[in-house]
Design a protein around this ligand. Structure first.
Ligand code: FE
Length: 237
Protein backbone atom coordinates (compact mmCIF):
# COMPACT_ATOMS: atom_id res chain seq x y z
CA UNK A 1 0.00 0.00 0.00
CA UNK A 2 2.79 2.37 1.08
CA UNK A 3 4.63 1.54 -2.11
CA UNK A 4 1.65 2.68 -4.15
CA UNK A 5 1.38 5.92 -2.22
CA UNK A 6 4.97 6.82 -3.13
CA UNK A 7 4.38 6.59 -6.85
CA UNK A 8 3.39 9.80 -8.66
CA UNK A 9 -0.07 8.33 -9.31
CA UNK A 10 -0.57 5.14 -7.32
CA UNK A 11 -3.24 2.64 -8.25
CA UNK A 12 -5.67 4.02 -5.67
CA UNK A 13 -5.14 7.54 -6.93
CA UNK A 14 -5.47 6.33 -10.48
CA UNK A 15 -8.82 4.73 -9.76
CA UNK A 16 -10.00 7.76 -7.77
CA UNK A 17 -9.18 9.97 -10.75
CA UNK A 18 -10.94 7.57 -13.09
CA UNK A 19 -14.04 7.44 -10.89
CA UNK A 20 -14.14 11.24 -10.62
CA UNK A 21 -13.87 11.57 -14.40
CA UNK A 22 -16.69 9.10 -14.88
CA UNK A 23 -18.90 10.81 -12.30
CA UNK A 24 -18.36 14.17 -14.00
CA UNK A 25 -19.82 12.81 -17.22
CA UNK A 26 -23.62 12.93 -17.51
CA UNK A 27 -25.33 9.72 -18.59
CA UNK A 28 -26.02 9.84 -22.33
CA UNK A 29 -29.24 8.78 -23.97
CA UNK A 30 -29.36 5.50 -25.89
CA UNK A 31 -29.02 7.49 -29.12
CA UNK A 32 -25.98 9.34 -27.81
CA UNK A 33 -24.47 6.04 -26.76
CA UNK A 34 -25.02 4.75 -30.30
CA UNK A 35 -23.25 7.80 -31.69
CA UNK A 36 -20.38 7.29 -29.28
CA UNK A 37 -19.56 4.14 -31.21
CA UNK A 38 -18.26 6.37 -33.96
CA UNK A 39 -16.87 9.26 -31.93
CA UNK A 40 -13.56 9.63 -30.21
CA UNK A 41 -13.89 10.30 -26.52
CA UNK A 42 -11.62 12.73 -24.71
CA UNK A 43 -11.24 10.37 -21.78
CA UNK A 44 -11.44 6.57 -21.70
CA UNK A 45 -14.38 5.29 -19.68
CA UNK A 46 -14.06 4.40 -16.03
CA UNK A 47 -14.26 0.73 -16.94
CA UNK A 48 -11.56 1.05 -19.60
CA UNK A 49 -9.26 2.77 -17.12
CA UNK A 50 -9.82 0.08 -14.54
CA UNK A 51 -9.09 -2.63 -17.12
CA UNK A 52 -5.89 -0.86 -18.16
CA UNK A 53 -4.80 -0.54 -14.53
CA UNK A 54 -5.53 -4.21 -13.87
CA UNK A 55 -3.75 -5.31 -17.04
CA UNK A 56 -0.68 -3.22 -16.18
CA UNK A 57 -0.50 -4.76 -12.71
CA UNK A 58 -0.88 -8.33 -13.97
CA UNK A 59 1.80 -7.81 -16.60
CA UNK A 60 4.11 -6.06 -14.13
CA UNK A 61 3.80 -8.94 -11.67
CA UNK A 62 4.45 -11.46 -14.44
CA UNK A 63 1.05 -13.10 -14.01
CA UNK A 64 0.02 -12.71 -17.65
CA UNK A 65 1.96 -12.65 -20.89
CA UNK A 66 1.24 -9.45 -22.87
CA UNK A 67 1.70 -11.37 -26.15
CA UNK A 68 -0.99 -13.87 -25.11
CA UNK A 69 -3.31 -10.99 -24.22
CA UNK A 70 -2.72 -9.44 -27.65
CA UNK A 71 -3.68 -12.71 -29.37
CA UNK A 72 -6.88 -12.93 -27.32
CA UNK A 73 -7.85 -9.32 -27.97
CA UNK A 74 -7.03 -9.59 -31.69
CA UNK A 75 -9.19 -12.70 -31.89
CA UNK A 76 -12.25 -10.98 -30.47
CA UNK A 77 -11.67 -7.62 -32.16
CA UNK A 78 -10.78 -8.83 -35.65
CA UNK A 79 -11.56 -12.50 -36.14
CA UNK A 80 -14.77 -13.23 -34.26
CA UNK A 81 -17.64 -10.98 -35.25
CA UNK A 82 -21.32 -10.77 -36.13
CA UNK A 83 -20.70 -12.38 -39.54
CA UNK A 84 -20.21 -15.67 -37.66
CA UNK A 85 -23.59 -15.26 -36.00
CA UNK A 86 -25.14 -14.39 -39.36
CA UNK A 87 -23.96 -17.72 -40.75
CA UNK A 88 -25.61 -19.51 -37.84
CA UNK A 89 -28.89 -17.70 -38.47
CA UNK A 90 -28.76 -18.33 -42.23
CA UNK A 91 -28.13 -22.03 -41.65
CA UNK A 92 -31.10 -22.17 -39.28
CA UNK A 93 -33.32 -20.53 -41.90
CA UNK A 94 -32.11 -22.87 -44.65
CA UNK A 95 -31.98 -26.14 -42.74
CA UNK A 96 -34.90 -27.04 -40.42
CA UNK A 97 -32.98 -29.91 -38.82
CA UNK A 98 -30.13 -27.53 -37.94
CA UNK A 99 -32.62 -25.01 -36.56
CA UNK A 100 -34.10 -27.69 -34.31
CA UNK A 101 -30.64 -28.55 -33.00
CA UNK A 102 -29.85 -24.84 -32.52
CA UNK A 103 -32.99 -24.26 -30.47
CA UNK A 104 -32.36 -27.40 -28.40
CA UNK A 105 -28.64 -26.90 -27.73
CA UNK A 106 -27.22 -23.66 -29.10
CA UNK A 107 -23.55 -24.06 -28.05
CA UNK A 108 -23.37 -27.52 -29.67
CA UNK A 109 -25.10 -26.42 -32.89
CA UNK A 110 -22.93 -23.29 -33.10
CA UNK A 111 -19.82 -25.42 -32.58
CA UNK A 112 -20.92 -27.52 -35.59
CA UNK A 113 -20.07 -24.47 -37.72
CA UNK A 114 -16.70 -24.14 -36.00
CA UNK A 115 -17.53 -21.22 -33.71
CA UNK A 116 -16.26 -21.87 -30.21
CA UNK A 117 -14.58 -19.61 -27.70
CA UNK A 118 -14.84 -18.45 -24.14
CA UNK A 119 -17.89 -16.57 -22.86
CA UNK A 120 -20.22 -18.78 -24.85
CA UNK A 121 -20.45 -22.03 -23.01
CA UNK A 122 -24.12 -21.42 -22.26
CA UNK A 123 -26.10 -19.70 -24.99
CA UNK A 124 -29.80 -19.80 -25.77
CA UNK A 125 -31.50 -18.94 -29.05
CA UNK A 126 -34.77 -17.00 -28.73
CA UNK A 127 -36.88 -17.15 -31.88
CA UNK A 128 -38.86 -14.23 -33.25
CA UNK A 129 -42.23 -14.92 -34.83
CA UNK A 130 -45.31 -13.11 -36.09
CA UNK A 131 -46.53 -12.54 -32.53
CA UNK A 132 -43.28 -12.46 -30.57
CA UNK A 133 -40.28 -10.12 -30.75
CA UNK A 134 -37.25 -10.80 -28.56
CA UNK A 135 -34.81 -8.21 -27.23
CA UNK A 136 -31.52 -8.97 -25.48
CA UNK A 137 -29.88 -6.87 -22.79
CA UNK A 138 -27.51 -7.33 -19.88
CA UNK A 139 -28.89 -5.13 -17.12
CA UNK A 140 -25.91 -5.79 -14.86
CA UNK A 141 -23.01 -5.18 -17.23
CA UNK A 142 -22.40 -6.32 -20.80
CA UNK A 143 -22.79 -10.12 -21.04
CA UNK A 144 -22.99 -11.02 -24.70
CA UNK A 145 -22.60 -14.12 -26.92
CA UNK A 146 -18.96 -13.53 -27.85
CA UNK A 147 -18.43 -16.72 -29.93
CA UNK A 148 -20.97 -15.61 -32.55
CA UNK A 149 -21.15 -11.81 -32.24
CA UNK A 150 -17.65 -10.82 -31.10
CA UNK A 151 -17.42 -7.84 -28.79
CA UNK A 152 -20.58 -5.93 -27.82
CA UNK A 153 -21.25 -2.46 -29.28
CA UNK A 154 -20.72 0.55 -27.03
CA UNK A 155 -24.44 1.28 -26.71
CA UNK A 156 -25.12 -2.29 -25.50
CA UNK A 157 -22.90 -1.56 -22.48
CA UNK A 158 -24.40 1.88 -21.80
CA UNK A 159 -26.52 2.60 -18.73
CA UNK A 160 -29.42 4.06 -20.77
CA UNK A 161 -29.77 0.91 -22.90
CA UNK A 162 -29.33 -1.45 -19.97
CA UNK A 163 -32.02 0.26 -17.92
CA UNK A 164 -34.47 1.40 -20.56
CA UNK A 165 -34.51 -1.87 -22.53
CA UNK A 166 -36.31 -3.33 -19.54
CA UNK A 167 -38.45 -0.34 -18.52
CA UNK A 168 -39.53 0.72 -22.02
CA UNK A 169 -38.49 -1.86 -24.62
CA UNK A 170 -40.87 -0.54 -27.29
CA UNK A 171 -39.51 2.98 -26.82
CA UNK A 172 -35.93 1.76 -27.15
CA UNK A 173 -36.83 -0.26 -30.25
CA UNK A 174 -38.46 2.82 -31.76
CA UNK A 175 -35.22 4.77 -31.20
CA UNK A 176 -33.48 2.11 -33.27
CA UNK A 177 -36.13 2.62 -35.95
CA UNK A 178 -37.87 -0.66 -35.18
CA UNK A 179 -41.63 -0.47 -34.83
CA UNK A 180 -43.34 -3.42 -33.18
CA UNK A 181 -47.10 -3.77 -33.62
CA UNK A 182 -49.17 -3.52 -30.45
CA UNK A 183 -50.43 -7.09 -30.84
CA UNK A 184 -46.86 -8.44 -30.89
CA UNK A 185 -45.45 -9.44 -27.51
CA UNK A 186 -42.00 -8.01 -26.74
CA UNK A 187 -39.89 -10.33 -24.60
CA UNK A 188 -36.78 -8.92 -22.95
CA UNK A 189 -34.02 -11.36 -22.04
CA UNK A 190 -31.50 -10.37 -19.36
CA UNK A 191 -28.15 -11.97 -20.11
CA UNK A 192 -25.82 -13.14 -17.40
CA UNK A 193 -22.31 -14.54 -17.33
CA UNK A 194 -23.94 -17.96 -17.09
CA UNK A 195 -26.46 -17.62 -19.92
CA UNK A 196 -26.26 -15.42 -23.02
CA UNK A 197 -29.05 -14.97 -25.55
CA UNK A 198 -29.10 -14.63 -29.34
CA UNK A 199 -32.19 -13.65 -31.29
CA UNK A 200 -33.19 -15.79 -34.25
CA UNK A 201 -34.85 -13.13 -36.42
CA UNK A 202 -37.75 -13.85 -38.76
CA UNK A 203 -36.66 -14.77 -42.25
CA UNK A 204 -37.90 -12.00 -44.53
CA UNK A 205 -40.60 -12.89 -47.05
CA UNK A 206 -39.50 -13.27 -50.66
CA UNK A 207 -36.12 -14.81 -49.85
CA UNK A 208 -36.91 -18.44 -50.73
CA UNK A 209 -34.59 -18.37 -53.73
CA UNK A 210 -31.58 -16.98 -51.88
CA UNK A 211 -28.53 -19.09 -51.08
CA UNK A 212 -27.39 -19.53 -47.51
CA UNK A 213 -24.54 -17.11 -48.19
CA UNK A 214 -26.93 -14.50 -49.54
CA UNK A 215 -29.20 -14.98 -46.53
CA UNK A 216 -26.25 -14.52 -44.15
CA UNK A 217 -25.44 -11.20 -45.83
CA UNK A 218 -28.89 -9.91 -44.79
CA UNK A 219 -28.47 -10.70 -41.10
CA UNK A 220 -27.15 -7.83 -38.98
CA UNK A 221 -25.64 -7.73 -35.52
CA UNK A 222 -28.52 -5.55 -34.34
CA UNK A 223 -31.06 -8.12 -35.57
CA UNK A 224 -29.36 -10.80 -33.48
CA UNK A 225 -29.56 -8.54 -30.41
CA UNK A 226 -33.18 -7.83 -31.27
CA UNK A 227 -33.07 -4.06 -31.78
CA UNK A 228 -33.69 -4.49 -35.52
CA UNK A 229 -35.47 -6.81 -37.90
CA UNK A 230 -33.96 -8.41 -40.98
CA UNK A 231 -35.20 -6.85 -44.16
CA UNK A 232 -35.02 -7.99 -47.77
CA UNK A 233 -34.37 -5.11 -50.15
CA UNK A 234 -35.60 -7.16 -53.10
CA UNK A 235 -32.28 -7.83 -54.71
CA UNK A 236 -29.43 -10.15 -53.83
CA UNK A 237 -26.89 -8.49 -51.51
FE1 FE B 1 -23.11 -8.70 -18.08
Amino acid sequence: MAENDKTPLGRRGFLRTAAASAAATALPTVAQSKDAEHDHQDLPSDLALRVKALESLLVEKGLVDPAALDVLVDNFENKIGPRDGARVIARAWADPAYKARLLADAPAAIAELGFTSGQGEHMLIVENGPKVHNLVVCTLCSCYPWPVLGLPPVWYKSAPYRSRAVIDPRGVLAEFGTQIDEDVEVRVWDSTAELRYIVLPERPAGTDHLSEEQLAALVTRDAMIGVAKVSWPGKAP
